[in-house]
Write a protein that binds this ligand. Structure first.
Ligand code: PXP
Length: 388
């Protein structure tokens, strides 16, 4: 067991220990130290303060400490490289301050502690600092499971159809909205054909199939009538969502784990027509594993609870769940989208998550479009994605 992890942190932050261990193992390989051992200890601020006081005469908590096992850097003599100790309390606060996920920051701290174990010390001299930060940078680059392009933006035009249906006539037309959104920089159009046809109509998706220039993502329940329509329409992709008649909008993620057999069949039927499937799921590891099992190509992580959070603390907690779920899904080989309830204030933080490929946004953009015009509203959201 090359990486020995002891988790003595008992606080509320969710840490994906498997991914953290995997990063540490990758780091050993990158340094050419496969076969060596590394000890990792996660704890809270009071415990970190105690260690810092006892061993470094500094009576305060800190983010990361490393204690090498040997006195020299002849690693052949001692397979155990040493201990890296991280305070999750401090790491969490730093991640919030920097607007990054805890998982991302833990990787940075792990690399910093690891490079110390290799014998580098930024406090020794400017030259050492330069060398150490250069090495850290190259390890972080090599470890990065980053998408290389900016996050894409798919616009959901259901709300345009909702307004039309309020009068039961022909305007505003979601087909026109889709074209304007594409011209303004959207890289996909999403439409939800509900069984009750409360907004999108069959006529809409038929025309959109012929006119959308980017990517048509048909959101739908795994219901036989709609599956047949999808097989016939052949959109660029399908997103399966749970659907309840009484709900105002999609309320929760799909319970993939609870309907493995059924979803496997639906996904296989769509695959025969070359239609890749995304599953709209809550940020829950069990749903991610199940999504992989049933053969989904994508997952769309439900951001609704993050968007609806009523305090900063709750928002941070929900954000961490999304960040970790995105990493887990990416590591499992799924392509990762996110959406629901995102707006001009809260979307940037999600867009900045490196493993998220696309955001799906409807309501906030249409709400702004009433005042600014759709072109402007889409452009502003594209900018948020571009600069995240
Ligand atoms: N993703 C899915 C699966 C949805 O059901 C919806 C709502 O239609 C969205 C994204 C977009 O949510 P919002 O309209 O709140 O931006």
């Amino acid at each position: 067991m090359p990486v020995l992890l002891s988790n003595r942190y008992g606080g509320p932050c969710h840490i994906c220990l498997d991914l953290f261990i995997k990063r540490a193992e990758e780091l050993l390989c990158l340094a050419g130290l496969e076969g060596h051992e590394l000890s990792l200890l996660l704890l809270d601020d009071p415990a970190m303060q105690e260690i810092n006081r006892q061993w470094r005469q500094k009576d305060k908590a800190t983010n990361v400490l490393s204690f090498p096992q040997g006195l020299d850097d002849d690693f052949d003599q001692h397979p155990m490289l040493g201990d890296i100790i991280i305070s999750i309390d401090t790491a969490h606060q730093e991640a919030i301050d920097r607007g990054i996920s805890l998982h991302h920051h833990l990787t940075t701290l792990l690399v910093h502690g690891f490079v110390h174990l290799l014998g580098h010390d930024h406090e020794r001299s400017d030259h050492d600092a330069e060398e150490m930060f250069g090495l850290e940078h190259s390890y972080l680059q090599a470890l990065a499971t980053r998408r290389t392009k900016m996050v894409k933006l798919a616009i959901n035009v259901d709300h345009v159809a909702t307004l039309r249906q309020a009068r039961g006539n022909t305007e505003p037309d979601p087909v026109t909205a889709a074209a304007i959104a594409e011209l303004a920089g959207a890289t996909g159009i999403v439409v939800h054909l509900r069984e009750d046809r409360r907004h999108m109509q069959d006529r809409d998706i038929d025309i959109l199939r012929k006119t959308v220039q980017t990517k048509l993502n048909l959101e739908m329940a795994a219901a036989e009538e709609i599956i047949k329509i999808a097989l016939d329409l052949q959109p660029d992709m399908v997103t399966l969502v749970p659907e309840k008649r009484q709900e105002l909008t999609t309320e929760g993620g799909l319970d993939v784990a609870g309907q493995i057999k059924k979803l496997k069949k639906v996904i296989a039927r769509l695959a025969k027509k070359n239609i890749p499937v995304s599953l709209f799921i809550d940020p829950d590891p069990a749903q991610i594993q199940a999504s992989k099992e049933v053969g989904a190509t994508f997952v769309e992580i439900h951001t609704g609870r993050y968007a609806d959070a009523s305090s900063e603390e709750e928002e941070d907690k929900e954000f961490e769940l999304i960040a970790t779920a995105a990493e887990e899904a990416y590591e499992a080989g799924l392509r990762v989208y996110a959406g629901h309830g995102l707006n001009y204030v809260n979307a940037g933080r999600v867009a900045a998550l490196p493993t998220i490929e696309e955001l799906s946004i409807g309501h906030a953009v249409m709400a702004r479009a009433i005042f600014t015009g759709l072109d402007q509203a889409v452009r502003e959201m594209v900018d948020i994605c571009r600069f995240a």
